[in-house]
Every structure is written in C-alpha cells, then in structure tokens.
Design a protein around this ligand. Sequence first.
Ligand SMILES: Cc1cc2nc3c(=O)[nH]c(=O)nc-3n(C[C@H](O)[C@H](O)[C@H](O)COP(=O)(O)OP(=O)(O)OC[C@H]3O[C@@H](n4cnc5c(N)ncnc54)[C@H](O)[C@@H]3O)c2cc1C
Length: 309
Amino acid sequence: MDVTIIAETTADDLHPVTSQLVGAAITIGGTPTVLCPGGIGAAAAASISGVAKVIGVEGDCFETFDSGAWAAALNPLVSDGVVLAASAPSGREVAAQIAAMRGIPIIQDATGLEGGITVTRGIYSGKAVETVSVSAPCALTLRPNAFDAAADGGNADVSTVSQSSDVGVAVREAIAKVSERLDVSEADIIISGGRGMGDPANFTHLYEVADFIGAAVGASRAAVDTWGEIPHNMQVGQTGKTVNPNLYIAVGISGAIQHLAGMRSSKFIVAINKDPDAPIFGVADYGIVSTWEAALPVLKSELSSLLSN
Ligand SMILES: Cc1cc2nc3c(=O)[nH]c(=O)nc-3n(C[C@H](O)[C@H](O)[C@H](O)COP(=O)(O)OP(=O)(O)OC[C@H]3O[C@@H](n4cnc5c(N)ncnc54)[C@H](O)[C@@H]3O)c2cc1C
C-alpha cells in the first residue's frame, strides 16, 4: 500500500516523531515515501529503516508556515494511498488541507493503527475510545509517542523537487516558549507529580530532582485541574500527552487508567506512593511505598553524591 508521510520537522532537522510515523506505516503494510517540507531533514529521513523514498520539497512557501500553502505545494507529490502526518499543530493542519483538496476522509489524533485499516482514537475529550475502519485513500494523523519508532539503518533514495504556492498567511515572528524546560513529549526521563504532592508549590521538589537527572516534569490531570497552577501542557494521560520515555517516575500519582493510558509504555516506571494498594504499583518496575516527603530527600541526596563522584 502506498503511504505518503508528511515529515514533522523542527527549524533545522527532522523531528523524532517522523520515525514513529514510519513505524506505523510499516504496521499497515505500507511502503512509505517521506515528503520533507522545505527539504529539512531529508538525509535523516532516508536513514530510517523501511523508508522507500524521500522527497525534499523546496520552495519559497516553506520559509514561513501557512498550512494552505504547504498543502498546495505538497499535494501534487502525495500518492493515492494513505497520507500520514503527526498529530502536532502543523501536521494536523496540513493533513486536513490535503484531505480537503483531494476529497478524502481524515481521522485525526489516532492512538492505534492496524492493517485493514483500523484506527483507534479517543473521542468526547477522551471519555470514550472509538475504533474506525477506513479504506484508502485517506489521511490520518497519529499521536506522538503512541507508536513504536522504526529503527535507524535505512538507505532510501533522496530527491529534491521545487514547488511554489501562494502564501496567504505569513508567520511574522515565532516566540520561543517562556519555559526553558524540556517538554514531556520529548524527554527521555520524566518525573511527574500528582494530587498526592499536596500543593503545587511542592512541585519544586520534583524540579530539583529533574535538574539532577535532566528530566522533564509532568503532572496528572488531578494535579492540573485541582490547583489551576500547573499548566495543561504538563499533563500526561488520555486527555494530556502520550509519553514514551526510558524512565518515568510517578510521585503521588494513584495510577488511574486514564493516566496509565499516556505513560504505561515507558521503558522503566518508578512509583512513589504512600498507599501500597495504589494501582500505579501494578505497572511499576520499581515501587517505593512511602510519602514523597520521606522519599524525595533521600533520592536527591543519593543523586547528588552519585553525580559528584
Ligand atoms: C475522560 C477522562 C479523562 C482523563 N484524562 C486524564 C489524563 O489525561 N491524565 C490523568 O492523569 N488523569 C486523567 N483523568 C483523571 C483520572 O481518572 C484520575 O482522576 C487522575 O489521574 C488522578 O490523579 P492523581 O493520581 O494525581 O490523584 P489522586 O487520585 O487523588 O491520587 C493521589 C495519590 O497520591 C497518593 N498520595 C497522597 N499523599 C501522598 C504523599 N504525601 N506521598 C506519596 N503519595 C501520596 C495517594 O495514595 C494517591 O494514590 C481523566 C479522567 C476522565 C474521566
């Protein structure tokens, strides 16, 4: 089956989610062609295992972000099969515009994909999960970190095509996020706090541990909703972000099913919870039955002596 992947890119490189799009394409029997808007990341895309072909799509319209202009420039290179993009702000918009131009259905924010094509995704703000069957041609956007990435080791052909299209909306300035901290969806290590932290001010203890180990700080929905001070972009779970780090440390988080939905595929899970029956211990590789008030100072001092040696 022909699969065209719209690569997700940063300012100057391929975003790692593109490997996950390739992994997902392979699970539905696809032979993916990767389109790199602005030609960014074409060499990196070619080195992903399973990629059949990479096309760097260059043109003035890629100097700014206008989803209509990008879609118009990319659309002639899209094949008749499945269009895949990341469920990220730009990927969602470009995929929707391409779907509209081609008159094909689009399913946004898929969290599961099987041959056939069967798509799983949350609906009604994550209150229910629906399974949809769709046939090609169609467009799908996939939630970052919900799919296994294809390995490195590919050696696909790379070609470059110049396209032009009219830019209707030009981004005049991109302002960097106020926080210098790592985003949970991109971190290799995450330490997350729940309502058991007692007060948002206590998240400073999580930030201290995070600084030792280069982690991002996340939160449960209860922590986000209860105090109104923890931003939603830190929320991990069904209605937050899906994460897939090497190490996930859950502190004062019960382990409700909706939280697990966003983090259970983490490679190693450590839980600190005072309740030995908390469900989080059911998925944890290492469990510490303790209050965080007792456990975090020990963790900090152990890390401090480890890192100073
Ligand atoms: C449609 C829907 C979508 C949802 N989406 C999400 C989502 O995306 N993400 C999400 O997280 N939740 C989500 N939820 C909410 C979810 O059901 C839980 O309510 C939420 O995850 C609970 O958060 P919590 O574990 O921090 O809080 P609680 O359930 O209040 O648990 C607090 C935990 O902290 C422990 N604790 C208390 N004090 C201490 C201490 N001093 N030291 C150590 N441990 C302590 C307690 O034993 C307890 O286990 C969703 C719910 C619905 C209905």
